[in-house]
Design a protein around this ligand. Sequence first.
Ligand code: SIN
Length: 527
Amino acid sequence: MTDVVVVGSGIAGLFVATRCARAGLSTIVVTKKKLADSSTNWAQGGIAAAMNHSDLQAHIDDTIEAGCGLSDPEIVEMVVRESSERIGDLIASGVQFDSNEEGFDMAIEGGHSSRRILHAKDATGAEIERALIVEARSSPNLELLESHMAVDLILKDKNADIKEIDGIWVLTPTGDVRTIPAEAIIIASGGAGHIYRQTTNPSVATGDGIAMAHRAGAMVRDLEFVQFHPTALALMGERPFLITEALRGHGAVLMTNEDLQRWKHSEDEPSQYSFMLDYDSRGSLATRDIVARAADEEMKRTGDNCVWLVTSHLDEGELKERFPTIQKRLNKHRLELGVNPLPVAPAAHYMVGGISVDKNGLAQQCPSCSNPIQFTGLYAIGEVACTGLHGANRLASNSLLEAVVFSHRCAEHVIANLKPKHDKELPEWRADGLSDLVEHSPLKSDRIALQSTMTDDVGLVKRNARLQRAQRRLEFLRNEVDQIWRGSLPTREVIELRNMIHVSRLVTSAAISRKTNVGLHHNLDHD
Ligand code: SIN
């Protein structure tokens, strides 16, 4: 009998799972592909932390300013205050951050007023993932189920006032659906970047956790705040590859083609020629919402399909030493840091909203709902959750921090509150059988249609009529895929598409409901 099932194997999933297992709870991690197939593994820039007491207030202020005043101040303070201890935990788990003679080598990214980003060159997430996988593999009481996909949550009594978790249905690699009884489910399955055509996320990011929790009645919030990263490598026929904001922290400058032409003939600092100065006095290091929208606007104005990230005024050797992962990727395209301008464009990067949780990651009841649904045993941590830290726009490198702080708190809460095990008779998945079997063939085109709708109509910049159009198109897709879902054996493709449509509808209605422009939400029909 299992105590805890964790869905997802990024920083949040692995951190919480090893803590629960260490405390003697029998724990299972369910992950869709390999353990390392997570957004954490692709995170480049780093993890923000106030390692000196003197930086606490500034880190709090920067987070609240980036969040445009919509962050929950208590949560911001809690996360920042706990940051240095959690960094200590990661180091104890074997994570090696870069250091120099003075201590940690701290980087800076957009919206930060001081250097407070710990990193492992430009592959910080990969270093964290590596260490946590080693730790998880040697952890007692912990079973790691790769190539297993969560399908839906099992509730004890769907109609009860307090919804109690009873377990989870999971698709196995052989195509069966396994019923796993559990006392607690911790969803740590990451974001939903793949509802858009262009994303920096790995293929697993299809919004599964948000969709699954919402179907079970959990409250979601802030889903209109989808963060687009301004600098994803934009090369024809290639998936967008993240070019870390730390490169701009190191001095790289964004320019349009016109800016480049003007600058080419001068000896001046390139930053003075950047279009970004027309948008924000912080130039290329303004917060992400501002930089991504500015790049988008310039691309629309000039008709170009990218803007340029310029590094030729910086030391080539230093750049290649500090950003080896990026240079390795650029080699494929014969581009060099310190030499060539890099073509970049915004791409969907991070879901600020998600499953609404309290300060321990417990799925929350809705304070303003007339008929609030309360859960026991359902938790969400990491990108899939909405804690209130990020407000309307996430400050760079605060996401790994949020994940580790909430994973720690969640583990403590689960360990202290887990109910004694009881034998359960759980229903088999689809005990009522399938309706008439239907063809799967439209799946691929439906997925493309979904991504086009979200990109064209619910993207960086919105309009009322387009949001309404997206709603109609998504409803059509939902009906089509629902029919496939009800009449077919489950496959990863069907489950994912069903989840992607569910999350896209939530994002679209959230965007329709927010009537003022703030942070990442920008509708040209609003002020
Ligand atoms: C980056 O390295 O630019 C991404 C870091 C983040 O998303 O916080």
